[in-house]
Design a protein around this ligand. Structure first.
Ligand code: CO
Length: 432
């Protein structure tokens, strides 16, 4: 029972369970922000002299902030960045997949999922559909009904699989089944039209994806972990939004801002990705009344947290980790370092992160990748390079990263929220 647990994870679990696509993550973040007095500004409106609590959305990305006239932009921003997307399996544009025995969906792989983890799961579907009624309209779509599955080949038909390893061809082996082949069966467009209560002829296009319909769950003898899809990186999105909602502007000397980006898992190069102008363009618009010199001061006084999943040391594969940088689930905030700038944290950033942990009353651990494995990356380096703002890569440790179902520690998610709140309350800590 949720109430028996030391930490109330109901809000986080609801966010994880109901955000299977970036569009749903953004929509859920929007609702949380609205509950805390934030209002949406359209990106096509005039933003001149806007102050107070606002957010703005571009496709699968969202940016939220609050500013006030007693807190000039020159004092700098406290920016938290995270990403809304997770590796998964997505629908292709045409859905006429001929097969003599099954109706199948035509799909492609998004990002780098552990694709074996998608086999034999009961899959739902979510995303957005563009329909033409009086005008082009985007509709959010989500079904948690298990409508399809990628069935694994029986061991009797592949006797050596456990010895030789599983090899999956992304074109031929991952095509989900979703109905018996039947001449009377609805086409995909007809089915989708019924789901959305529109004519199938009104459906123009979609960004749709599959998700495991199993909900998040406490795990472990003492319920010390959380098992869920999309821990990377919705746990960071949620912590950032909650922290922004919790701080009060009267107590702040700087402008707090959260940016949730889409497309991190595929390299961030898009209109809504971290390598695009979404964040930089928004900051420019916010500071349209600030002088050029004032804007330069603002960036120099700013600090950015890039919050993303981190690897816990795997007990069965200690050889995949640097033995000197052990990371434990429920061991606290992970500060990520990499001399080759796969993470943006430098010595100053690491020191600041440690000070935030002390202030927040949470513990920290430091991650460094093994030298004989290539290191992952985050939105940190690209954000740092685009803005010229000191950026610190941190995150919550997890196992099974990029699996359809990942694991993290329940204490760590709480620490992350406290860490983000304390970050927004920082004052002159950036001085070197
Ligand atoms: Co991530």
């Amino acid at each position: 029972m949720e109430t028996e647990h030391k930490y109330d994870l109901s809000g986080l679990r609801n966010f994880l369970d109901t955000s299977p696509s970036p569009f749903h993550a953004v929509n859920n973040a929007k609702q949380l922000l609205e509950q805390h007095g934030f209002t949406e500004i359209s990106r096509t409106d005039d933003w001149k002299s806007r102050t107070d609590k606002h957010f703005s959305i571009r496709d699968g990305s969202l940016i939220a902030w609050f500013s006030s006239s007693n807190c000039p932009f020159e004092n700098g921003f406290r920016i938290i960045g995270a990403h809304t997307d997770s590796p998964n399996i997505r629908l292709k544009p045409l859905q006429e997949h001929p097969s003599t025995t099954f109706e199948q969906l035509s799909v492609e792989i998004y990002g780098s999922p552990l694709i074996n983890s998608w086999l034999d799961r009961d899959l739902g579907m979510s995303g957005r559909v563009v329909v033409q009624t009086e005008s082009l309209e985007q509709k959010l779509f989500l079904t948690d009904d298990p409508i399809c599955r990628i069935p694994q080949l029986a061991i009797h038909l592949d006797r050596e699989i456990n010895d030789k390893g599983l090899k999956l061809n992304p074109q031929s082996h991952l095509t989900p089944i979703w109905a018996d082949a039947s001449p009377s069966f609805l086409t995909f467009n007809e089915w989708l039209g019924e789901q959305l209560s529109v004519k199938s002829s009104e459906i123009m296009s979609w960004d749709l994806m599959l998700h495991d319909t199993q909900r998040s769950e406490f795990l472990g003898a003492n319920k010390e972990w959380l098992a869920s899809a999309r821990i990377d990186n919705l746990i960071s999105c949620y912590a950032a939004i909650l922290a922004l909602s919790a701080v009060e502007k009267e107590t702040l000397d700087t402008t707090p801002l959260v940016c949730l980006f889409d497309h991190e898992e595929v390299g961030s190069v898009s209109t809504s990705g971290a390598s695009g102008d979404f964040l930089a363009g928004t900051l420019k618009r916010l500071m349209s009344d600030t002088s050029e010199e004032g804007r330069a001061q603002a960036y120099e006084n700013s600090l950015c947290l890039s919050v993303d999943g981190s690897h816990a040391t795997h007990p069965n594969y200690p050889d995949r980790h640097d033995p000197n940088h052990v990371v434990r689930l429920n061991g606290g905030i992970v500060i990520k370092r990499n001399a080759n700038q796969r993470y943006a944290t430098d010595a100053v950033g690491e020191a600041i992160a440690k000070k935030i942990c002390t202030k927040a009353g949470v513990s920290h651990q430091v991650f460094s990748n093994r030298n004989d494995l290539s290191c992952g990356s985050t939105i940190g380096p690209t954000t740092a390079a685009n803005l010229g703002v000191r950026t610190i890569d941190v995150g919550v440790p997890q196992l099974s990263m990029h699996s359809a179902r990942e694991i993290c520690g329940v204490k760590d998610q709480n620490d992350l929220r406290l860490f983000c709140e304390t970050f927004f309350r920082l004052d002159g800590i950036t001085s070197e």
